[in-house]
Ligand binder design. Structure first.
Ligand code: SAM
Length: 290
């Protein structure tokens, strides 16, 4: 079944038929460009073996494209006003399951177990931008079996996910994403590809999950506490950031000794450290207590 949605005309038709009112609080910007849709599906490399999780199907535009390419699509949508619309636009697709829920409250690992016997799924979405970070981090930290995540996000957030130390966009999100996955920006997408038009530029980013993280660290949770602590207080030195963090309880001496052992000077800032260095710092600090 060929997709019927994906241009301004048929999107407006569906919206009018149901008197749909856009909800700003849900980050609703629907895709109205078939080239962008083809690009997303192509770069996600969906095959008939794949179970795909779509977050926020909207009126089902990308869902139709995904349903054509995948074995099964599970679409989680929070807005109950969209459910009757999805029943209509997806009525010809038998391999789609729509779940009316807040994706942040869904146990996705359990869903992957039910739908794909715990084998890795692919996540594809035009994300609601207000919750990009909690969605991505939730998928990684809860150890959901995932092969790749291909998502539309705010351009600036896509940049943050793929940069390294020494740039203004480098932060906790860059490090977290790069610990779990290899990021690759697929395309930049201008506001006129959406209805209504977002105020910001967008980009499609593909995150390919590593089977093994690129660095080894004894205490992953400690490493992420160190990362958060150093970027919460960007203008402070690394030593001060770690000393002031409510999440950490190392002494001034322990922290200074660990930074010294890293081979970095006392005035170094967290934003200069690579992922390897954060891993080493976490190992040094976890050893100093035993
Ligand atoms: N996929 C559609 C498209 O590309 O046209 C819609 C994308 S729109 C940017 C984001 C969608 O996510 C909206 O349909 C919105 O209602 C939904 N959404 C927002 N917050 C959500 C949440 N917490 N859980 C699930 N869906 C959510």
């Amino acid at each position: 079944k060929e997709p019927t949605l994906g241009n301004p005309q048929n999107t407006i038709e569906v919206l009018q038929k149901y008197n749909f009112v856009f909800q700003k609080k849900f980050g609703q910007n629907f895709l109205i460009d078939t080239h962008v849709l083809d690009k997303i599906i192509g770069s996600a490399e969906i095959t008939k073996d794949d179970v795909v999780l779509e977050i926020g199907p909207g009126i089902g535009t990308m869902t139709q494209y995904l349903a054509c390419a995948a074995k099964k699509v599970i679409a989680v949508e929070i807005d109950k006003a969209l459910i009757p619309i999805l029943e209509d636009t997806l009525s010809e697709y038998e391999n789609v399951r729509v779940i009316n829920h807040d994706v942040l409250k869904v146990d996705i690992a359990k869903l992957a177990e039910e739908e794909n016997g715990g084998k890795p799924i692919k996540v594809v979405a035009n994300l609601p931008y207000y919750i990009t970070t909690p969605i991505i981090m939730g998928l990684f930290e809860n150890h959901v079996p995932i092969k790749s995540i291909t998502v539309m996000v705010q351009k600036e957030v896509a940049d943050r996910m793929q940069v390294g130390p020494g740039t203004k966009d480098y932060g906790a999100l860059s490090l977290a994403v790069q610990y779990y996955a290899k990021p690759y920006i697929v395309a930049n997408v201008p506001p006129n590809c959406f209805m209504p038009r977002p105020k910001v530029g967008s980009a499609v980013i593909r995150l390919e999950r590593y089977e093994n993280p690129p660095v080894t660290v004894k205490d992953e949770k400690l490493m992420f506490r160190l990362i958060r602590a150093s970027f919460n207080q960007r203008r402070k030195t690394l030593a001060n950031g770690l000393k002031n963090s409510p999440e950490l309880d190392y002494t001034k001496e322990e922290i200074e000794a660990a930074i010294e052992a890293l081979g970095r000077g006392a005035s170094i800032r967290g934003e200069a450290l690579t992922l390897e260095e954060f891993a080493k710092l976490a190992d040094l600090l976890s050893e100093c207590r035993f």
